[in-house]
Design a protein around this ligand. Structure first.
Ligand code: FES
Length: 84
């Protein structure tokens, strides 16, 4: 199966073609964001409703990682990186 390379907080991650960005977050062991209480948060519903999976993708903030398919060279930044 062909792969695509994405970068999560600068870390190079190989994902099978067709994978969503939320899966790349799991592969990178990166939470999507940090709650106001300081807890790591990540994908919950997996269908675009809860917004717990939001990240910055190629400079666009608040993208729902569970709804975006990985593309070659995609740059993903999470709250962990201090971006959001
Ligand atoms: S996991 Fe709920 S919106 Fe993405």
């Amino acid at each position: 199966m062909p792969n695509v390379t994405v970068f999560v907080n600068g870390a190079r991650i190989q994902m099978p073609t067709g994978s969503v960005v939320a899966a790349a977050l799991a592969a990178a062991r990166a939470p999507a964001r940090i709650s106001l209480g300081g807890e790591p948060r990540g994908p919950l519903c997996g269908m675009g409703i809860c917004c717990e999976c939001r990240v910055t993708i190629d400079g666009q903030p608040h993208r729902l990682s569970c709804q975006v398919v990985c593309a070659e060279g995609m740059q993903v930044s999470t709250d962990e990186a201090g971006i959001l």
